[in-house]
Design a protein around this ligand. Structure first.
Ligand SMILES: Cc1ncc(COP(=O)(O)O)c(C=O)c1O
Length: 344
């Protein structure tokens, strides 16, 4: 494990620096780690099936009622419940062409039809998505910032989209990376919940909170939607240590601020240096950068060059683009290595 300035930088494998999963390179909130250690003896008992304490904390933080919060074993498990139970045989979901893989993978697993919306210059274009939606569309998945492109849509674009959307279609605003955003035009999605009861906002403890291995995420929505998900999800899937860690890390403003500030600094550094080296790189609002190439071969050469230098990035085939690479923003050491590696 290498040491960063304040929080330890996590490097689990001797061989590679992990820049493939958009994890927090500064690890986990020390408050969460202490809470896990202090509560190890709880593992002999079942977790609270309703997750009342955590839901109340999340409700207070988001300024909503506890009945508006649903917790899942990772936000992906909430996505799974919705895909599995909200869409009937002759209905479908709509997803952007280059986006988080789970939407399509889960639709395929559960035999749910999906429509793919083309991107607009690698951005999710809500007007293209809107044209694909009709009365048979049950769910629309909108990652914002989008994984893997790091692009965002604005508050006004979202409002305009929701104004046109059929009220029987549920818009899933997946904000797994929202803490990293600094663009002032980014949606204040919470403020839209009252006006648009067909919206669910998803958030995760896997990214900035550094709890990916414990599997915990949540959704904020109208009570009717929360109840529908609650009624369909498998009970007891959220483990007790995930809950105590999530509750402790919510209060760790110091760790979150540190993670945001360092991500921003390293994102700027990596983006501008990659640009200077002549790469096609998209401006990102998240904790990763998207590099696109003219050919797959060109992409493969860069991927291999990074792998040979011990830097593990992600090829974008599963996300719908065989000519692109996603690099998660690591710490300063990782970035210096990337730039040194790609400079010759
Ligand atoms: C857009 C998006 N949503 C959700 C998730 C999954 O989050 P969780 O670990 O909470 O299931 C990811 C993980 O990469 C993601 O990129």
């Amino acid at each position: 494990m290498s040491i960063n300035t304040k929080y330890d930088t996590v490097n689990y494998t001797e061989k590679f620096i992990r820049l493939a999963q958009n994890e927090n390179p500064y690890g986990t909130s020390p408050k969460a780690i202490s809470a896990i250690q202090e509560n190890l003896n709880l593992v002999s008992i079942y977790p609270d099936v309703k997750q009342h304490e955590l839901r109340q904390l999340l409700a207070d933080k988001s300024n909503v009622d506890v009945s508006n919060i649903v917790v899942g074993a990772g936000s992906v498990s909430i996505i799974e419940t919705m895909i599995k139970t909200f869409v009937s045989k002759d209905e479908h979901i709509v997803i952007p062409k280059i986006s988080f893989t789970a939407y399509k993978v889960l639709a395929e697993i559960y035999g749910v039809d999906f429509r793919i919306a083309e991107m607009n210059n690698y951005r999710t274009d809500l007007s293209i998505i809107g044209k694909l939606c009709d009365e048979k569309t049950k769910l629309v998945f909108l990652a914002n910032p989008n994984n893997p492109t790091g692009t965002t849509f604005t508050h006004n674009e979202l409002k305009h989209f929701l104004d046109q959307l059929n009220p029987t279609t549920l818009a899933v605003i997946d904000e797994a990376y929202f803490e990293y955003v600094n663009d002032p035009s980014f949606p204040d999605s919470l403020s839209l919940l009252n006006k648009y009861p067909n919206v669910i906002i998803l958030r995760s403890f896997s990214k900035i909170y550094g709890l990916a291995g414990l599997r915990i995420g949540y959704g904020i929505a109208h009570q009717n939607i929360v109840n529908k998900i609650e009624n369909q999800r498998t009970p007891f899937t959220i483990n007790i240590l995930a809950t105590v860690a999530a509750m402790a890390s919510l209060n760790d403003i110091d760790f979150i601020t540190y993670s945001i500030e360092n991500n921003e600094k390293q994102r700027n550094y990596l983006y501008s240096n990659l640009k200077n080296l002549g790469f096609n790189v998209l401006p990102s609002q998240a904790n990763f950068l998207y590099l696109y190439f003219y050919t797959k071969l060109e992409r493969d050469v860069i991927y291999d060059q990074l792998i040979d230098a011990g830097l593990q990035t992600r090829k974008m085939e599963p996300f719908g683009d065989e000519k692109a690479l996603r690099i998660s923003i690591g710490d300063e050491n990782a970035n210096l290595k990337i730039i040194a590696c790609l400079s010759h």
